[in-house]
Design a protein around this ligand. Structure first.
Ligand SMILES: O=c1ccn([C@H]2C[C@H](O)[C@@H](CO)O2)c(=O)[nH]1
Ligand SMILES: [Zn+2]
Length: 136
């Protein structure tokens, strides 16, 4: 199984864990770090709708909690609709990805579209101290 197939499979599996009783839109996200580690997240909704967190937010949190600061490749999987990351999640992913980071958007049948980070969030807002904050 290729690295990308594994990432897709990880996103597909975590999507099943999503808590989305309000939208019924289950999302999974899987991030690969440069050393091949994979971190996943699913959306977790809330009765107070804006409190909900996206799948990408969970995956980024898991990655950072494990001590990683770089995303090498990402897969986001929804269902029928093309599940491109929302605006907030584009900013979240950019914090730990280069402009060349590939974000694959999938449905249950496989990857449908692949974008660079720069396509998703051109002219991204960043602060200088971000680079000082890297662990490597
Ligand atoms: O990339 C995306 C797009 C949407 N959602 C979630 C937010 C909400 O719980 C549901 C419907 O918008 O899908 C994500 O987790 N990631
Ligand atoms: Zn989001």
């Amino acid at each position: 199984m290729s690295d990308l197939d594994k990432l897709f499979e990880a996103a597909r599996a975590v999507r099943e864990k999503a808590y989305a009783p309000y939208s019924n839109f289950l999302v999974g996200a899987a991030l690969r770090t440069p050393d091949g580690s994979v971190f996943t997240g699913c959306n977790v909704e809330n009765a107070s709708y804006p409190v909900s967190v996206c799948a990408e937010g969970g995956a980024v949190g898991a990655m950072v909690a494990a001590g990683y600061r770089d995303i090498a490749e990402a897969v986001v999987i929804g269902d029928a609709a093309l599940c491109t990351p929302c605006g907030m999640c584009r900013q979240r992913l950019k914090e730990f990805g280069t402009d060349d980071l590939i974000v694959h958007v999938a449905d249950l049948n496989g990857i449908r579209r692949s974008f660079t980070m720069d396509e998703l969030l051109p002219a991204a807002f960043e602060l200088d101290y971000k680079s000082n904050n890297r662990k490597d």
